[in-house]
Every structure is written in C-alpha cells, then in structure tokens.
Design a protein around this ligand. Structure first.
Ligand SMILES: [Zn+2]
Length: 299
C-alpha cells in the first residue's frame, strides 16, 4: 500500500521511476570522503547504493496529498517526451506516471493544486504534457504554486548558464506553458497552503528552494524536496549534492530542518529516496541518526 495517513491528511507515493542514477558517491556528493560511505554501507545497500557497482540509487516520485477536500501534488518528476540533451537517461521518456496516479484514484482533472518545491528539471516535468505538438498543462484545473525566486532564476532570459546544462528546456516546456495558461501562483518566504500544510523557503539547493511542513492533529511531517538526496546526509548533513547551487547555504538549511524534524518526531519525505522513501530521525552528537523507515513498501 503506497498510502499513509498523517492526522487528517492522506499521503500517497506516486512513482515515476527508481534505480541507479549513473553516478558514484563522489560524483553525487562532491568532497564526501569514502569512509563516510563505508561506515553507512550496510544501511545504504541495496536501496540507496548498488551492491557491486558503487552507483547511487534514487527515485523520482510525487507525493499526492488529500487535505481539506483538495488533491495536492508535490513535485512532478521528469515527465514524458521532454527534450533533455544534457541528460540522455531523461531524454524523451515514456513512462507510466499517469497510470500510477490513476492507480491512486487520481485523474489529472482531479488535481486542485500542484506544488513545485523548486524549478529543477526533475521537479516540474509532469507540469505539462505533449498534446498535438504543444506543451499543455497536465492538470487543467490546478493552480501551480512556484517559488518566485526560482521562477526568476531559472528563466533562461535572465540566466544564460542554463543553455547546455541539466535544466536546459525545462523552463520553456514545463513552466512557461503553465504560466501562459494563467495557472501559476508565485509565492515567497512563506505560504499557508491550508490548515495542515505550510510552504517555507529552504534556500541553498536553489535560490527559491522550499519544503512543506505538515502539522495535523499530533502528527508532523516534512516534505523535504531536495533538502537532501541520500540517507547518508542524516549522519553527514554537511555534504551537499552536485546539484546544489549554493552548497554552504544548503548545508545550513539542511541542519536547521533536520533539527526541526528530530525535535518534532516528524516523518521526513524527501523527493528522491528510494527504498521506503520516508524516514524518522533523531539527534545524535553533532548530527543525526535514522530512527526508522516510513511505512511505504520498499521499491
Ligand atoms: Zn531533484
């Protein structure tokens, strides 16, 4: 069962894909010493690190939330049919994401709100789909919440470095068409989604990067987006990924929010963890340790 309940909120895991990312630990978290990975190896293999090939494993997925009568989709993975010249493994995908969403009882027209925690290519993909050669919003009735800072930063008109990089084409095919359709709502600093959910800025991974705090009844959760990329970062929160724009800021934000999760017994739901995908953590010395994994079945 890919579904759990937190207070009055139902959380469903919707998979796009999972498996090896094609990067070694050193490529994935630059500067992370091999001894850190060795020390955590038993916890990481096989869900988060290949047993034989030393390749990092991740998942691409959305969290579908039912809260106060609305259906809310958190992050929209890589998407189908998208031209991704810099990342051959993501180029022109044809995956059953919408079938997985349907299996969760959700049709595209049922989605009320899409939250892009940030505007990286692997978090905006299903914002749009290809219809008669045009990119159209996949979720015709949804408002799409996007961080204003990322909306400005990832616009290629403002940022010539995007050409040739991982995020090439993503703004044009997955952000701009939704904006043109009048479905984008920009926010900054903090945004109350409803009585259970609150978006807050979590800068570092990208300038506008954000996370969602859940508080419902006595339950707490942190939809962490790309605050972290591998469970290794629980014990080693000062290692950032190669995809983090400002690693020092990302490290600081990671420590603060992991501290909040530990203090509040919050379930942590990052965007890219394979295996059980969610976890609980506790303080340990100057960093953190894993208390247990969430109730989702292992991929
Ligand atoms: Zn990501």
């Amino acid at each position: 069962m890919n579904q759990i309940t937190l207070g009055d909120v139902t959380v469903t895991r919707v998979e796009e894909m999972h498996g090896p990312l094609g990067m070694t630990p050193e490529q994935f978290l630059p500067g992370s010493p091999e001894r850190d990975w060795q020390e955590q190896r038993d916890m990481l293999v096989p869900d988060h690190l290949g047993a034989d090939d030393n390749i990092v494993h991740v998942a691409f997925q959305s969290w579908a939330l039912r809260s106060e009568g609305r259906i809310i989709l958190v992050d929209t993975a890589i998407g189908n049919d998208k031209p991704r010249p810099a990342v051959p493994a993501w180029d022109h995908l044809s995956l059953g994401y919408l079938d997985n969403l349907a299996a969760a009882g959700i049709r595209p027209e049922d989605v009320d709100l899409v939250i892009n925690t940030h505007l990286h290519v692997d978090h905006v993909g299903w914002n749009t789909r290809l219809a008669d050669g045009q990119w159209v919003p996949t979720f015709p009735n949804a408002t799409y919440l996007m961080p204003r800072l990322d909306f400005e930063y990832w616009n290629p008109a403002h940022n010539p470095n995007i050409a040739g990089g991982t995020n090439e084409n993503a703004f044009e095919d997955s952000v701009q068409p939704v904006y043109a359709a009048g479905q984008v709502q920009l926010w900054e600093d903090e945004h109350a989604v409803d009585g259970n959910l609150r978006l807050i800025a979590a800068p570092g991974h990208t300038p506008g990067n954000s996370v969602i705090l859940l508080g419902s009844g006595s339950d707490r959760a942190l939809f962490a987006g790309d605050l972290m990329h591998t469970p290794l970062q629980v014990a080693h929160p000062d290692h950032s990924s190669c995809f983090c724009e400002d690693p020092a800021a990302a490290n600081k934000t990671r420590r603060e929010l992991l501290g909040w999760a530990a203090d509040n017994n919050a379930l942590l739901l990052p965007a890219h963890f394979s295996g059980h995908s969610a976890l609980e953590i506790a303080h340990r010395n100057d960093s953190f340790e894993i208390k247990g994994w969430g109730a989702f079945p292992r991929y």
